[in-house]
Ligand binder design. Structure first.
Ligand code: ADP
Ligand code: MG
Length: 330
């Protein structure tokens, strides 16, 4: 049975953060919010950088989240403000939503969520939304503030338009639409943001997306330390380079095994197609790939494609100018 995001009544007077947000909202729009929406950040316990290869991961949600106070407006605009002054106000007509991945400012993440849910629901006309966002997840620190923001925006759009989407579909929708900002993530962050439950980590598996409780040991404490080194994933190519390295490895290995490689994107799908164990996959990597860096020319030669085809069909927009040079396994 599809599980929908819960709607809960909260006593505002018992929640200082909500009260402050309500005041900020009133100061901005001279009215009270109609509803609040919230999506948590996450920490990953096992499985870094393998969700986009199709493999299972083990994250859990954290208390820190993105919270939004929302009302609907009749001006057919998305009006965005933020309690943190470093994130500037932004307004756009509901009919003119564009996402500038060259300039990944905060409001574009929000618009990713709006656009994703709009497309999922097939909404030809959307209600105007006025919103103040308040976040407590340290940004660009690996706790997935970006996905929490996209997921929160997806929830806001769904509720403002008086629709219902199941949590699983919301997770899949938000995983897809966060890619509009340019980062080609695998879906772990959006999945745990929607499917997390208190007191348990979740084994997240893909295709089809499912989440299974992994009870943490009684009394276990996780210390999540902030190194204070920030990495803005959409503004740099580091994240996507790893994604396309794995994609290229998939194709090179598939070609070596005589498979139709052009439609294979993920190592997990290659493993399924070959029917191999993980150990045998490692043997395949050792046998086919060399540890020295690969050049763009060598990859093209192996796959029998032009550099234009490599750029167009395999690389992401922000890796076009980065040579793929690291060994494909580490
Ligand atoms: P993370 O590891 O936190 O997901 P990303 O680099 O993927 O890091 O995303 C960080 C971006 O998310 C920020 O640059 C900002 O645009 C957006 N963001 C994060 N937190 C907030 C917030 N509280 N309000 C508005 N935007 C936020
Ligand atoms: Mg992120």
């Amino acid at each position: 049975m599809a599980v929908n995001p819960p709607k809960i009544k909260v006593l505002l007077s018992a929640n200082e953060r909500l009260q402050k947000l309500k005041e900020a909202f009133h100061g901005k729009y001279k009215e009270s919010p109609l509803f609040y929406a919230c999506a948590p950040g996450r920490v990953n316990l096992i499985g870094e950088h393998i969700d986009y290869c199709g493999y299972a991961v083990l994250p859990m949600a954290i208390e820190q989240n993105i919270l939004a106070a929302v009302s609907v407006n009749s001006s057919q605009t998305i009006q965005l403000a933020n309690t943190d002054p470093k994130y500037k106000d932004f307004t756009v007509s509901v009919n003119e939503i564009t996402i500038d991945r060259e300039n990944p400012q905060w409001h574009y993440y929000f618009l990713c969520g709006v656009k994703g849910v709009q497309e999922q629901l097939g909404l030809s006309s959307m209600t105007g939304i006025s919103c103040v966002v308040d976040g407590t997840i340290p940004a660009s620190s690996g706790l997935s503030s970006s996905s929490a923001l996209v997921c929160c925006a997806g929830l806001v759009t769904m509720e403002a338009n008086q629709k219902t989407i199941s949590k699983v579909l919301l997770a899949e929708t938000c995983a897809k639409c966060e890619r509009y900002i340019g980062t080609e993530g695998g879906g772990m962050d959006q999945s745990i943001s929607f499917l997390a439950e208190e007191g348990t980590a979740k084994l997240i598996e893909f295709n089809p997306l499912r989440a299974t409780d992994v009870k943490l040991p009684e009394g276990a404490v996780f210390v999540i330390a902030n190194s204070c080194v920030e990495m803005n994933k959409a503004a740099s190519s580091h994240f996507n380079i790893r994604v396309v390295e794995c994609r290229i490895a998939t194709k090179v290995l598939a070609k070596a095994r005589g498979l139709e490689w052009s439609s294979l994107q993920k190592l997990g799908d290659l493993q399924t197609a070959l029917g191999l164990s993980l150990e045998k996959m490692l043997d395949l990597v050792e046998e086919v790939l060399h540890p020295e860096p690969y050049s763009r020319e060598e990859i093209c030669k192996i796959l029998g494609i032009t550099t234009e085809q490599l750029s167009k069909n395999i690389l992401s927009a922000n890796t076009h100018h980065n040579l793929i040079c690291r060994p494909c396994v580490s």
